[in-house]
Ligand binder design. Sequence first.
Ligand SMILES: Cc1cc2nc3c(=O)[nH]c(=O)nc-3n(C[C@H](O)[C@H](O)[C@H](O)COP(=O)(O)OP(=O)(O)OC[C@H]3O[C@@H](n4cnc5c(N)ncnc54)[C@H](O)[C@@H]3O)c2cc1C
Length: 462
Amino acid sequence: MNASVKTIHEPARDIPVLLEADVVVVGGGTTGPLAAIAAARRGCKVALIERFGSLGGILTLGLNTKPSGALVGGIPREIWDLARKAGGAGKDYQAITKTGGVKLASPTDPEVMKMLLTRLCAEAGVQILFETFVSNPVVEDGTVKGVVIEGKAGRQFVGAKVIVDCSADADMAAKAGAPFIMGTGGVDPRMQPVSMYYIMKNVDVKRLAVWAKTCADVPAQAIPANDEDLGYNLWLTGFNNMLKAFQAETGVVLQRENITLKTTDGQMYVNATRVLGVNVFDPGEFTKAVLECYRQIEGVSRFLIERVPGFENARIGQLSPILGVRETRHIAGEYTLTGPDTIQGTRFEDSIAADASALDIHEPKGGDVDFQSMPPYEIPYRCLVPQKIEQILVAGRCISADHDAHARSRNMPACMATGQAAGTAAAIAVEEGTTVRNVPVAKVQAALRGLGMPLHSEEIVG
Ligand SMILES: Cc1cc2nc3c(=O)[nH]c(=O)nc-3n(C[C@H](O)[C@H](O)[C@H](O)COP(=O)(O)OP(=O)(O)OC[C@H]3O[C@@H](n4cnc5c(N)ncnc54)[C@H](O)[C@@H]3O)c2cc1C
């Protein structure tokens, strides 16, 4: 702790044990529910602990909705098929980018997805604890034994044989003492910027699609051939020159070179804000970033309404209630996935997922977004196993991947796949009475294949 920080003394005290689980999953966002479902379906007693009042994190509350890549198998694909049946997703589709075509899974209606994830967890027997913040892991002799939670009832303890840290920021692994780097690492680490999604209502989507088809300033796009697919399959990225001209002519200052628009259930979701260099662990800086996103949302909305056909009668419909954080801690695991691994598609014998996500870099220093289609790559089990601390796995955007590899592995298809793998591995470690570090990886791989998950690049079909 910084010696200049004023402190108070918090007296030690006994706290009640709320429950004892086999597997505790911390964070019910994009990744956590997959881990919880995978472990519970194998018969483990699972608790899934989430600080907000619904599941899905950035996928649902963050209004992110669209996986940047195909969902190639396993529980993620099962969930999307169920969402589609419930009217909460459209067709999967192909987008044109600067580097060629990229296959994308359909966006999903966040409200349908919240209910679906919750139902699947409940059906699998997962004990969800909403509105519960996990403040600390309890560690004895280098092994985690459970977590301390905070809620209206005060502080309580939830015991665990294994913790799966799906908090996005690796809160548990880091507090337990696992080594990590922030962003690019080094003395002056840089991280991908934060953004806030929002929805615009009353957009004439058809008029927008007709205009965008022939607009040279929207070079990356997916425009469905049939009008009935406009509700889920319209995706546009660009507007760079129009934005530049708008700012020069109006004096409105925005922070991002481009705008991404996508439809979800017929509504227009806008990704257009950016704040660089935010320390999201500082509550003051975090709040300043939220205010800056609000300011930018007003400016972007004015641009869209005044300059883009189809937005003439549009208004701001909904702001995401959470700030979208792209990058913080990367845990140092038994292996660190590198940028070249994800570009060359290095083959790993302990692969737990083949991933077809795009490369999606928002440069920490600013500049245009680099969104590229690439051949699949593999994620080894060792990236989920932190160094030094026993009985904890990480999954989601905080796995052991360097800043360049994270440009692919932070995408939702990869996050969900690591969640599914971590939950499966945790359950098998419990079944076998062994540690997650020593779990028989071949057994984990067999279980994942049983779920229909391709583990090597050449196994991806279609
Ligand atoms: C603005 C933005 C746009 C993006 N665009 C795309 C895109 O188009 N396509 C794509 O595939 N990916 C995109 N990404 C990346 C992707 O969405 C994320 O990397 C991914 O969703 C992260 O999943 P996660 O489960 O690791 O984190 P989250 O979804 O953030 O889940 C973490 C969960 O843990 C909970 N939590 C955290 N700490 C605690 C605690 N201490 N106690 C209890 N609960 C806790 C949180 O409340 C949250 O629900 C984008 C990201 C951002 C920010």
